[in-house]
Design a protein around this ligand. Structure first.
Ligand SMILES: *Cc1c(COP(=O)(O)O)cnc(C)c1O
Length: 396
């Protein structure tokens, strides 16, 4: 049997060294658990970076993939395919949006939304093209989404950046007001910033941004790549904040492990016309069959309601660790997107001890850990995970 260390040596030799990986070679998953190449079991609180919303190898998703693989894997968007239309219908019927376009990733979903904003600006706002985004946001790694991302450390190596982005503080409506000019076409925000550290805005932030966008005729576009499909305790993050965006983007949680992305828009602002946008694999039958089966299960079983209960439980458990470990300075979360912040840069050490304890976590910042387990997690699994987390912290 090839051991984890053998595989890690192969990676070192052959793979582009662009990602900082944990020394864990995952070979199998089931529900909230995964196993490594040496047979060790872990609770997976990373879940593919908030992707495996129904856990690993959920039967509803696996069955859909197997059936579709036996039926039709790929055609092109030159033709109609049925799974794509099933997914389009369930997303539109369950959201405030009217039309959807499918791509293959979060970055690609956001690129589509940004193209839509520019087209909308040309048609309806006298050529306005600027998009206001937030500092500490994360919108992807392509040239357009990198420029949208409000984190200079991702951008500096790749300048000059695509022009047309203005960054303001997150959770600061006045910042958006002050940055608005006659060149502004859209405001583009995450409902809760995920990769930027699990930053939760004031309850009325998005409502106030919505009012400003209405007053000024700007599009309100929400990057729901991480918050979408149940993560915050509603099917879509915007529902938690009582607003209706003009455009949303989805990816991570939409595919239940299969690569997919999407942008959805209101009818009035779907400014793209035939020939403006496309994708070879986007909305491919295999990916959309999996996404449809997972989304149907999520909705039919009201998993978002379960997320609200589990999220509150996780927050309470983590808060109780705060009194035991004085180096925890903050615990914050919404639904099952949660972070624990420390008073120094120990997140890397915590991961090492958590791996040993059988718990997979994400170091969202040098001093903070992000928890984003499958949405189907049980109370017992949460408690066991928090127990393993406490064991890891005790090693610090
Ligand atoms: C992960 C993420 C992206 C990028 O998605 P990819 O599929 O990695 O391109 C964009 N926006 C948000 C909010 C994300 O969390």
């Amino acid at each position: 049997m090839t051991s984890s260390s053998d595989y890690i040596a192969i990676e070192n030799q052959y793979y582009a060294q662009t990602v900082r990986r944990q020394p864990v070679v995952i070979v199998r998953g089931e529900g909230t658990r995964v196993w490594d190449a040496d047979g060790k079991e872990y609770l997976d609180f990373v879940a593919g970076w908030a992707v495996n919303n129904l856990g690993h190898c959920h039967p509803a998703v696996t069955q859909a993939i197997v059936d579709q693989a036996n039926t039709l894997v790929q055609t092109s968007n030159q033709f109609y395919t049925v799974p794509q239309l099933n997914l389009a219908q369930i997303l539109i019927d369950n959201s405030c949006l009217d039309r959807v376009f499918f791509g293959n990733s979060g970055a690609e979903a956001n690129e589509g939304a940004l193209k839509l904003a520019r087209r909308y600006g040309k048609l309806h706002r006298d050529g306005a093209y600027e998009v206001i985004t937030a500092f500490n946001s994360f919108h992807g790694r392509t040239m357009g989404t990198l420029a949208a991302t409000g984190q200079p450390h991702y951008q500096e190596a790749f300048t000059p950046l695509l022009p047309g982005f203005v960054h303001v503080d997150f959770n600061d409506v006045e910042g958006i007001m002050n940055a608005t000019t006659d060149k502004t076409a859209a405001v583009f925000l995450e409902p809760v910033q995920g990769e930027g550290g699990v930053n939760i805005p004031d309850d009325d932030y998005l409502q106030r941004v919505r009012e400003w966008c209405d007053q000024q005729g700007l599009l309100l576009m929400l990057d729901e790549v991480q918050t979408g499909l149940g993560r915050l305790g509603s099917l879509f993050g915007y529902q938690e904040y009582g607003v209706e965006p003009d455009v949303i983007t989805l990816a991570k949680g939409l595919g239940y492990g299969v690569p997919i992305g999407a942008f959805l828009s209101k009818e009035y602002c779907m400014a793209l016309v035939p020939g403006d946008h496309g994708s070879t694999f986007g909305g491919n039958p295999l990916a959309t069959a999996a996404a449809y089966a997972g989304t149907k299960f999520l909705i039919d079983n009201d998993i978002p309601a379960h997320v609200t209960v589990m999220g509150a439980h996780l927050l309470a458990q983590l808060n109780s660790l705060k009194s035991r470990f004085s180096f925890i300075i903050d615990v914050r979360g919404k639904g099952l997107l949660t972070a624990v912040e420390f008073d120094s840069d120990i997140a890397g050490q915590v991961l090492t001890h958590a791996n040993a304890a059988g718990l997979l976590l994400n170091a969202v910042k040098p001093n903070a850990i992000r928890f984003m387990p499958p949405l189907t997690i049980t109370t017992e699994e949460l408690d066991q995970g928090v127990g393993r987390f406490a064991d890891a912290l005790a090693q610090i």
